[in-house]
Design a protein around this ligand. Structure first.
Ligand SMILES: [Zn+2]
Length: 597
């Protein structure tokens, strides 16, 4: 072993003090790991606060006082002195697209840029930093950044002229190509619009403008080289490591028509074999209106094959009831407010076909996710779950509706009465320019007053779970938590929040990312709270989110992530204190922490 490697191993051990203590009394075997002197928020309703946790193998064996944990210390027990720091269960992102997130890691991320100039500057510097990549690729642009709401090829040619460039909109429903990319895709003024897609054209010349809508994006997308083999595997590992560094120990993959997780199964199995699958995954398969049977059969087969797998599970199908409000493709009960001539948006499924598919999947014992964003789409989804109950009888089915960006007031109580889970993504409500200029304009003030209606669904007794929808928005949970509790952008706008009456409490938001999220995948018995017997998925944070203003969330970092009781992420800050620990330092507040019980 080379000296650097020795040093690295030493640092990775973190704030560990191995103490030769007495064996635990009472016949209990000693713990492998103790985290003590912390403010531990457990997410368990019966005991929300503790100061120590003990772990044996992959399980939590004790939650309570420091003295109680001390009794489980043996000669080989590692002890992490939290020094008053905040610990909690690992986050569970209830709605993510893991492979497309992984593949987005080598593309420029435009989601934070609000003006054309800023978007162009970011693409220019990304292209300059990647001079040999044959394509310049990116994602995340917002409609509100472009005059008229859509980008043009000349705006992209201005920053990338030498190579094809293609930028996907943040919602994945529109694309932006430069002239070289349009040429490679063979898109000219003579190209016909594909079914369910639009090549946006100059009204005078008929030339393609560079903006592509819905299925027309595939004309360019299909020409883009996608990393395969080892390169693809390395991107997956980067994605898993990113999630660990953000304190995410579980994800629920909401399906992907282009890059279904099931198609990359060998990569996940390799990661698992190599001990690098450091995030637990439950994955959905997308069922198409033109033949939902295929996804139902495949989800059933994979569900059975991976039933006992704690790291990668299937058994869920996902249907897209409608589109998005920004592109007027979400199904609404009343016409769009910005231009009623655009109508109400068309759902992707006929109501009876949706009911039949949900009933069929439910009959096979599968869980169903339904993407529904417009208030009419949400109602269709609720009706489909009601049909499943009527036709297949009562059972613990935990049907989910994803997004729910608008909802009719009379549908709030149906989440509780039907046992349907509201799966929502706080950052989709981020009240930025895109929200005000496009989303709120299209939805209109009346529907916007029930937009992203977290608190109202909670108040009506519905169960809510939170996620990111990464890579649609960042996977950073703290950004999501901040928006959930303030309804403000991270810049603090609007100062009073956008419909702050729909925000939720911090404790509620944390539960939606932990214990409620575990319920959403039928796994509340093994994870989601720090309770004896549950898996030891634990994170330690740099800040205590319950202390100080909500802005504390925006500067919070994950110091340590444990999965199955093993370190899968330790920040440099945390490892730095290992050096002090090695010199006998026991944390700035050691022994003085008095957690609220
Ligand atoms: Zn999604």
């Amino acid at each position: 072993m080379i000296p650097q490697a020795k040093l690295r191993l030493f640092l990775l051990l973190g704030c560990v003090v191995v103490a030769a203590g007495a064996f635990a009394t009472g016949g209990d075997a000693p713990a492998d790991l103790i985290l003590t002197h912390g403010r531990v928020w457990t997410a368990a309703p019966e005991r929300s606060w503790a100061e120590a946790i003990a772990v044996r193998g992959s399980r939590i064996v004790y939650v309570g006082t420091a003295a109680g944990a001390e009794a489980l210390r043996g000669p080989k027990t590692e002890t992490i002195d939290l020094g008053g720091r905040f610990a909690m269960p690992g986050f569970n992102d209830s709605h993510i697209h893991l492979m497309s997130g992984a593949l987005s890691l080598e593309r420029v991320d435009l989601i934070e840029e609000q003006t054309l100039e800023a978007v162009q500057a970011r693409i220019r510097s990304f292209a300059a930093a990647n001079p040999t990549s044959p394509w310049v690729l990116g994602r995340g642009w917002l409609y509100g950044s472009f005059p008229g709401g859509l980008p043009t090829k000349s705006q992209l040619d201005a920053v990338v002229a030498d190579r094809p460039a293609y930028m996907e909109c943040y919602d994945g429903h529109s694309g932006w190509a430069n002239s070289k990319a349009l040429a490679i895709a063979g898109i000219t003024k003579d190209t016909k619009d594909p079914e369910n897609g639009i090549i946006v054209r100059d009204p005078t010349t008929g030339e393609p403008t560079g903006a592509l809508k819905e299925s027309a994006t595939a004309l360019v997308d299909s020409k883009i080289p996608v990393p395969e083999g080892e390169a693809r595997y390395q991107l997956l590992l980067r994605a898993l490591q990113l999630l660990s560094s953000e304190g995410i120990t579980s994800v629920q993959d909401a399906g992907d028509a282009v890059w279904p997780l099931s198609a990359d199964l060998p990569l996940f199995e390799r990661a698992q074999k190599e001990g690098k699958l450091n995030v637990r995954i439950v994955a959905a398969l997308v069922m198409e209106p033109k033949g939902p049977e295929a996804a139902i059969a495949e989800a059933k087969r994979l569900g059975a094959a991976h039933r006992d797998d704690r790291l990668l599970r299937f058994g869920t199908v996902k249907g897209f009831v409608d589109g998005v409000i920004e592109a007027h493709t979400a199904a609404m009960l009343e016409p769009y407010s910005d231009d009623p001539a655009l109508g109400r948006g068309l759902p992707n499924w006929l109501p009876d076909a949706l009911k039949a598919a949900v009933v069929a999947a439910d009959k096979e014992g599968l869980q169903v996710y339904l993407h529904a964003i417009g208030d009419s789409g949400v109602r269709m989804a609720l009706d489909a779950y009601e049909a499943a109950r009527e036709q297949n009888g009562p059972r613990d089915r935990r049907g989910r509706i994803e997004h729910i960006e608008t909802i009719a007031a009379q549908d709030y109580p149906r989440f509780a009465s039907l046992g349907v889970i509201a799966s929502m993504q706080p950052l989709h409500a981020n009240p930025d320019r895109n929200y005000f200029d496009v989303w709120a304009r299209n939805a209109g003030p009346e529907r916007a007053s029930r937009g992203f209606s977290w608190a109202n669904i909670e108040r009506a007794g519905g169960r809510l779970v939170f996620g990111s929808d990464w890579p649609v928005v960042t996977s950073d949970v703290f950004r999501g938590l901040y928006c959930a509790v303030t309804r403000k952008t991270r810049e603090g706008t609007p100062p009073e929040g956008s419909h702050p009456e729909l925000a939720v409490s911090l404790e509620s938001a944390l539960r939606h990312y932990t214990s409620d999220a575990a319920y959403a995948s039928f796994e509340e018995g093994i994870k989601g709270s720090l309770t004896e017997g549950r898996l030891a998925d634990v994170i330690v944070l740099s800040e205590d989110p319950f202390k100080g203003p909500p802005e504390t969330l925006l500067k919070t970092k994950v110091l340590l992530t444990l999965m199955d009781g093993k370190r899968v992420h330790a920040s440099p800050t945390f490892t730095a204190c290992a050096r002090r620990a090695a010199r006998g330092w026991r944390g700035e507040n050691a022994g003085r922490a008095r957690p609220r019980q």
